[in-house]
Design a protein around this ligand. Structure first.
Ligand code: GLY
Length: 380
């Protein structure tokens, strides 16, 4: 005699975590905070990324309270705008980023911050995956998201909280060729075009912000912060997805895909015209009727002071849904391009927050978007 199975406790609760793509209606998001953000000290991966003419070269330490206050003001305003659009907003809990950190393999005099959740947490369906990361100063950043993860775990019986294996990040994981700060842009462009990046293939490494979610497809940039083993790890971890590696020659500092290649809605992507997807890699998108158009030029010639990123944060935008886009408020060219595409543009002042880890896509990570898993590339 069989008993009727009892429902699992709480199984009928609505899902808290679910997001399959970059554009379906956003209902719940994490927005970072600038508190305690550091200019981190030199280390192999970071040194390769900081531009040779950067005002940050050779200095490290806490960012000023004044700059953190200004950044937080803009982050809080961004959160308010999202809330006014019906999006629930959560915030991470900073740890002491100024404290020295170590593992059995290395010591680093400080951590980084927790303004860009996009770099650390990858939401795919009902799972939030903590990326391996690739900088030592970001090794413990996942701790800032643990209070939220614990809450989602309690509130959503279907939520899967996972962490990719932490890399050793010993010197074997980085090419010593990149230790010099006199490489020059020409040589860097040659190296990156040849896929000779700072990270070796010693062990899987990836940052979550190298991954774009297109339903059944995950498009991943192979560059400084994600190696081929990291992409292979993702492929094995998501066996029901197609995981495709892409490269963008033209970028001397290839980290994170979201100032280079930005999906707007099914069938439409904007691509940085200085870092164009090579023709052979475009083929996959074209045969599935996706259009890749050049992004508008940034409105600025230089990033704000003490900022790691390029002026192309202009295209680091957050889709609230297929028809609504958050764009940095001074990026007039990008706003005009979106306006012509028929999108509603929400201008968000954000340049004071850039130095803490990027723009509007970087500063967020999805918790919940409506919609289900769709195959947007049926021709494979
Ligand atoms: N990849 C980040 C930037 O362009 O600044």
């Amino acid at each position: 005699m069989f008993e009727t199975p009892k429902p699992v406790l709480g199984n009928d609760k609505p899902a808290v975590v679910k997001s399959w793509d970059e554009w379906s209606p956003l209902k719940h998001v994490i927005v970072g905070v600038a508190d305690g953000g550091m200019i981190p000290p030199g280390e192999p991966a970071l040194d390769a990324k900081v531009p040779e003419d950067s005002d940050m070269k050779g200095q490290w330490g806490p960012r000023s309270q004044e700059s953190a206050d200004k950044a937080n003001e803009q982050l809080d305003n961004f959160a308010k705008v999202l809330e006014s659009r019906g999006v629930r907003v959560d915030r991470p809990t900073p740890i002491d980023f100024s404290a020295p950190v170590s593992t059995p393999d290395w010591e680093n005099p400080s951590s980084f911050g927790c303004m860009p959740p996009r770099d650390v947490i990858l939401t795919v369906g009902k799972e939030m995956l903590e990326a391996t990361m690739s900088y030592r100063c970001r090794f413990f950043e996942y701790l800032c998201y643990r209070p939220l993860m614990q809450k989602y775990f309690e509130d959503d019986p279907h939520f899967r909280h996972t962490a990719a294996p932490k890399p050793r990040m010993s010197d074997a994981s980085y090419r010593p060729d990149y230790l010099s700060d006199q490489i020059g842009v020409e040589k860097r462009l040659k190296w990156t075009a040849e896929k000779f990046f700072v990270t070796t293939e010693e062990e899987p490494m990836f940052d979550a912000a190298d991954v774009l979610r297109f339903g059944k497809d995950l498009i991943v940039q192979h560059g400084f912060t994600t190696n081929l083993k990291g992409i292979d790890w993702l492929r094995r971890h998501y066996p029901d997805h197609r995981v495709t590696a892409v490269n963008f020659p033209g970028d001397p500092y290839p980290i994170h895909i979201d100032a280079t290649f930005t999906p707007i809605r099914p069938g439409l992507i904007i691509n940085n015209p200085e870092r164009r997807l090579p023709d052979e890699q475009r083929e996959f998108f074209h045969r599935n009727d996706w259009e890749i158009v050049d992004a508008a030029r940034p409105a600025h010639n230089t990033p704000p002071p003490l900022c790691y990123s390029s002026v192309w944060l202009s295209m680091n935008v957050l889709m609230v849904d297929e028809k609504t886009v958050c764009v940095e408020a001074s990026e007039v060219n990008q706003m005009e391009q979106f306006d012509k595409m028929g999108l509603e543009v929400l201008p968000i002042p954000f340049r004071d927050a850039y130095a803490f880890g990027g723009a509007l896509h970087c500063a967020t990570t999805d918790v919940f978007r409506e919609g289900d898993l769709v195959d947007y590339f049926p021709k494979g």
